[in-house]
Design a protein around this ligand. Structure first.
Ligand SMILES: *[C@@H]1O[C@H](CO)[C@@H](O)[C@H](O)[C@H]1NC(C)=O
Ligand SMILES: *[C@@H]1O[C@H](CO)[C@@H](O)[C@H](O)[C@H]1NC(C)=O
Ligand SMILES: *[C@@H]1O[C@H](CO)[C@@H](O)[C@H](O)[C@H]1NC(C)=O
Ligand SMILES: *[C@@H]1O[C@H](CO)[C@@H](O)[C@H](O)[C@H]1NC(C)=O
Ligand SMILES: *[C@@H]1O[C@H](CO)[C@@H](O)[C@H](O)[C@H]1NC(C)=O
Length: 422
């Protein structure tokens, strides 16, 4: 038993090391102006030199996961039935990886059917179902497994298109998303995607400024050619929500679109109210507290501290007006929702937060186990070492596990000679 545990640990350490080394390598290279596309997609690019490490590790991990994951991680509440059909519109740098991880864990432990991008693992943008300018189609999704009748969870990046989502997901799907205060979102995206690289290709002088983002806000047209209204630095969240120049130039169309979004999305979480949002999600989906535990994912640890002026903020508000309108609308909706909650909700919130602290602490220590006694909000449950392993699992590793499950190995009677084709 002890040996198995040690082996698991070693596997995890190897994976973590691979992920860290790779992330550092990509982050370092993102400042290089000759790197044409990599800076834009830091979260998906796996270079050939480290693919073997990552996939080798992951395939070892899959067996392990099949071994540990049971089908009854949490008990359903007796008063409502848990919702399994969920489309999560995954926005950029707004806490969405953490939400995706929660959905991945939920579906993984219940063997739900994910609508996953039909692309080979570790290829460019393999975690995207559709990108701006691209069409989301059923053909972009890995076909249903035999015996499955519908997709349950969609939680990879895709630009929202009401019709296209509904051609993939069943009619009883619950739509959710998350937004972040646009200025902190743009600060984060600027660093994470190494956006300075693409600005410098247009005009290298951007690299001479101690605060390049502030310089960009002052002179956007110097660094983005032509009539740009949507980019990593402009209206990115609105773009994810499917907004276009139509809504940018016509306030009435914007209002109309917002009303539609408001009807379509049961919950738009707000990163500044992350725990509150998750608790609302738990109630809306009739899930258990254990289902919404998390360890933050894909956080930007290397963001430099920069000072911005009020003028910077005003300029960004003008450049990304759709993001601000969208955010303000859904922020208000969430705050209204919170103001309707009873005292009990906020007591549950306190309890949830202390659980989160405990999860983070326990899953980072050797013991990796804790017992949670029953409260009026949930039955007793344990957070086991196995739970910790899934909770710590990086989003893309979980995606690899899901991709493997979604594509059962094809048995070929006679192996082809010659080199392996991946
Ligand atoms: C599921 O839960 C039941 C009762 O709580 C338990 O007896 C059973 O062993 C569990 N199954 C798995 C696969 O963990
Ligand atoms: C949305 O999807 C539908 C169905 O695939 C397609 O006909 C339509 O052109 C798409 N709209 C946009 C703006 O891409
Ligand atoms: C940026 O600074 C370097 C020296 O630090 C200088 O040689 C170069 O001309 C500057 N570039 C621009 C575009 O201002
Ligand atoms: C930001 O402003 C504070 C207070 O004025 C100053 O102490 C600090 O050095 C500034 N930081 C940067 C990175 O400019
Ligand atoms: C939690 O773990 C302990 C010790 O293994 C076990 O006795 C108990 O039944 C578990 N509780 C639940 C709710 O699974």
């Amino acid at each position: 038993m002890a040996r198995i545990f040690r082996r698991k640990k070693v596997l995890w350490l190897v994976l973590l090391a691979a992920v860290v080394v790779f992330t550092l390598a990509v982050l370092q290279s993102s400042g290089n102006p000759t790197e044409l596309r990599a800076p834009v997609m830091v979260d998906v690019v796996v270079t050939p030199s480290n693919t073997a490490d990552v996939s080798g590790y992951v395939s070892g991990q899959v067996k392990y996961l099949n071994f540990i994951i049971s089908d009854n991680v949490t008990k359903p509440s007796p008063t409502c039935s848990p919702i399994h059909n969920i489309a999560f519109l995954k926005t950029h740098k707004a806490g969405s990886s953490t939400v995706t991880s929660i959905l991945q864990r939920y579906g993984m432990t219940r063997n739900l059917q994910f609508a996953l991008p039909d692309k080979p693992s570790h290829t460019f943008a393999y975690n995207y179902l559709s990108k701006p300018g691209g069409r989301l189609t059923l053909q972009a999704v890995i076909p249903l497994l035999p015996g499955k009748e519908e997709y349950n969870i969609l939680c990879n990046h895709a630009v929202y298109n009401r019709t296209a989502f509904r051609l993939i997901m069943p009619s009883d799907t619950v739509y959710i998303s998350i937004l972040r205060e646009p200025f902190s979102q743009v600060e984060s995206i600027f660093e994470y995607y190494g956006v300075i690289g693409s600005l410098a290709r247009v005009n290298p002088s951007i690299r001479n400024f101690t605060n390049p983002l502030s310089e960009f806000f002052s002179n956007p047209y110097k660094y983005e050619k032509g009539n740009v209204h949507f980019s990593y630095l402009r209206n990115k969240q609105a773009e994810d929500f499917g907004l276009s120049v139509d809504e940018l130039f016509s306030p009435s169309k914007f209002d109309e679109y917002l009303q539609q979004l408001s009807q379509d999305f049961l919950l738009v979480m707000i990163m500044e109210y992350f725990d509150e949002s998750l608790l609302l999600l738990k109630h809306a989906l009739c899930w258990d507290t254990k289902d919404i535990l998390f360890i933050p994912k894909n956080k930007n640890g290397r963001k430099p501290r920069r000072n911005f002026t009020d003028e910077d903020r005003k300029r960004h508000r003008k450049l990304s007006s759709l993001d601000y309108k969208l955010y303000d609308f859904f922020l208000k909706r969430l705050q209204d929702e919170l103001s309707r909650q009873s005292e009990d909700f906020f007591q549950e919130l306190d309890n949830f937060r202390s659980l989160l602290t405990q999860v983070k602490h326990t899953c980072e220590t050797k013991s990796s186990f804790f017992y949670v006694t029953a409260t009026r909000w949930y039955d007793a449950f344990n957070v086991t070492a196995e739970d910790c392993n899934i909770l710590r699992m990086p989003e893309l590793v979980a995606l690899d596990v899901l991709l493997k499950r979604a594509r059962p190995p094809v048995v070929t009677p006679t192996p082809l000679s010659g080199s392996k084709i991946h």
